[in-house]
Design a protein around this ligand. Structure first.
Ligand code: 13P
Length: 279
């Protein structure tokens, strides 16, 4: 079923667990995320960033994700990830997305605040919830690059931002980067705890791929209610296709099945960690 509204986030926050938001690019990744959610009987979000549908088209990918979510036996939201363009946000809302992210993290604080607030007004009028971002999280959302120099979120500023913008969820920079990194990254748990102590807002962790399970689970216990995962699913997709291509020749159905199966396993494992079942 399609999950509308913030019940899902509030439920996770109260339970001390987190919902996984997986980036989807293809019908195979959509299928795998739904299969993983159903297999674990857990809600999930399907995310697509502004770039995810550069190849396939936004209306096509949105329609596929929404159709799959509606037919699922568990609540599934369809989320627009990292968007810096209000026109694109308005289009996503028209297409039926259940939540949107306005990423003003590269903007001066006052501008991030004002533009996020305006997106909140636009989205809330249509029953769509909004994620904002404060603090810079480096790296490429669609490919792993060697990123460093994270600008960590200031706890007091996070509280001010949440209160003044009215966002429903806040992405914070607490030491992770997008994609796999050459040096291991860890969530800065004391900083995350300080942010969580200042505000009631559900917190979002980006760049979860490559984090040790124990560190990720600790971040969830410390106040993270939504976790974005992309690179690990991409890796599973690519590796499964490589093997299948070598073994199956041009049997496209077998190649698709292998990709779906591999991504389902990866997604289900991650959902398990976020549900407090890592050990
Ligand atoms: P990873 O690629 O590190 O999983 O990050 C995904 C992400 O944060 C998308 O917004």
């Amino acid at each position: 079923m399609l999950a509308r509204g913030t019940d899902l986030l509030k439920y996770e926050q109260a339970a001390g667990t987190a919902v996984a938001a997986f980036t989807v690019y293809t019908l195979e990744s959509i299928r795998a995320v739904v299969d993983a959610a159903e297999a674990t009987a857990r809600p999930v979000l399907m995310s697509s960033g502004s770039s995810s549908y550069r190849v396939t088209g936004a209306p096509e990918l949105a329609a596929a994700a929404l159709a799959a979510a509606e037919r699922a036996s568990v609540p599934i939201g369809v989320h627009l990830d990292h968007c810096t363009d209000e026109t694109e946000i308005a289009r996503a809302i028209r297409l039926g997305y259940t939540s949107v992210m306005f990423d003003g993290s590269a903007l001066p604080y006052a501008e991030n605040l004002e533009r996020t607030k305006a997106v909140v007004a636009l989205a809330h009028a249509e029953g769509v919830w909004v994620e904002g971002e404060l603090g810079a999280l480096p790296g490429d959302e669609d490919a792993s690059t060697d990123a460093s120099a994270v600008e960590l979120t200031d706890p007091a500023q996070a509280a001010d931002f949440a209160a003044r913008t009215g966002v429903d969820a806040l992405a914070v920079a607490v030491g992770t980067v997008h994609g796999f990194s050459a040096t291991p990254m860890y969530v800065d748990l004391p900083r995350l705890a300080a942010i969580a102590a200042c505000t009631e807002i559900p917190l979002v962790l980006h760049g979860a791929s490559g984090l040790p399970d124990a560190n990720l689970a600790a971040a969830v216990r410390t106040g993270i209610a939504k976790v974005n995962v992309n690179a690990e699913l991409r890796k599973a997709h690519r590796e499964a296709m490589e093997h299948a291509l070598a073994e199956q020749g041009d049997d496209l159905l077998r190649i698709q099945r292998a990709a779906v199966a591999a991504m389902t396993i990866t997604a289900a494992e991650k959902i398990g960690v976020l549900s407090g079942k890592e050990n």
